[in-house]
Design a protein around this ligand. Structure first.
Ligand SMILES: [Zn+2]
Length: 293
């Protein structure tokens, strides 16, 4: 059997009880997003888990805008960050404390990040930005997010995330408020959680979604909705880089130009290079009109 749902996400519902879910597998998206970053396999795998997490969360929240999940700390990996948009595009970065690529072998999430926090940011297309912060409690990202969901006043939600650095797979279950028309099954959530607990990295990364759901939940009636495609895409542009130069201010921007003749701005997410010279700065910071008297 082979995975036929690479770079796809599926929504599903349990027809006979009030549970819904999402299942995702990333392949080219993860490889494209990390192609220009020099990451050891452990860092690619962790970023893969972050990508599956943001893919699952933006979908289950039905959120319009950009959802960002980042962990910051004082360890060998002081920053890891993944972003998903409602157009189902993903991008992310991993930063290291030193210039050298660190040895991350055998380290779990809190050991890589060190003492730190996990931040979830929702930047809506319209309206107020929302940010939630939690301590990095748990050995895996899935455990940290489960704790986060348990603490915030939301519907019971669980995630399972796996990645080997080449592929990543994730599963999310959410209990909905009980509806009158469905048959009451008081133990449904506990049963579904218990069954999902047995999901393996191989199943999530190597099998098609329908097969995984049948294997896990054959005692439920699961209905699968059509899949949605995911891909790597960066939000950077020459205009955004120019805005960064504007923020730097006139004198600092010219000082930088004098040092190097040309200002290179490299996008850390996609490796794009934007180059700016004197004419660009002159246009960005027009000389004030000379006084006539
Ligand atoms: Zn970029």
């Amino acid at each position: 059997m082979s995975a036929s749902n690479l770079d796809q996400i599926h929504r599903f519902v349990f027809d006979d009880c009030d549970i819904r879910g999402e299942i995702v597998t990333l392949d080219a998206t993860l490889q494209d997003a990390t192609a220009h970053q020099h990451l050891p396999v452990e860092a690619r795998a962790l970023l893969g888990e972050f990508f599956t997490a943001v893919s699952l969360m933006i979908e289950v929240l039905k959120f319009s805008g950009t959802l960002t999940l980042q962990a910051r700390g004082a360890g060998r990996v002081p920053l890891i960050m993944a972003e998903a948009t409602d157009a189902r595009t993903l991008r992310g970065i991993v930063k290291f404390a030193d210039d050298e690529i660190p040895d991350l072998h055998g380290l779990n999430l809190p050991q890589m990040i060190g003492e730190g926090v996990l931040t979830l940011t929702l930047d809506p297309a319209q309206g107020q930005r929302y940010q939630g912060v939690v301590a990095l409690e748990g050995n895996t990202l899935a455990e940290c997010l489960t704790a986060y969901f348990a603490r915030s006043e939301q519907l019971p939600t669980r995630l399972w995330l796996h990645s080997d650095g080449q592929r990543a797979g994730g599963l999310l279950l959410q209990a909905l408020p009980p509806s009158a028309e469905r048959t009451a099954r008081p133990d449904a959530w506990e049963t579904a959680e218990h069954l999902a607990e047995t999901v393996t990295a191989d199943e999530l990364c190597q099998l098609d979604h329908a097969t995984v759901l049948v294997r896990l939940f054959n005692e439920f009636e699961v209905r699968l909705f059509p899949p949605q495609e995911l891909s790597f895409k960066c939000q950077c542009s020459r205009e955004r880089s120019l805005r960064a130069l504007t923020a730097l201010g006139r004198s600092d921007a010219y000082a930088l130009l004098n040092e190097r003749d040309i200002i290179d701005i490299n996008c850390e997410f996609c490796g794009a290079e934007y180059r700016f010279g004197q004419p660009d700065l002159d246009e960005l910071f027009p000389a004030e009109n000379p006084r006539l008297h």
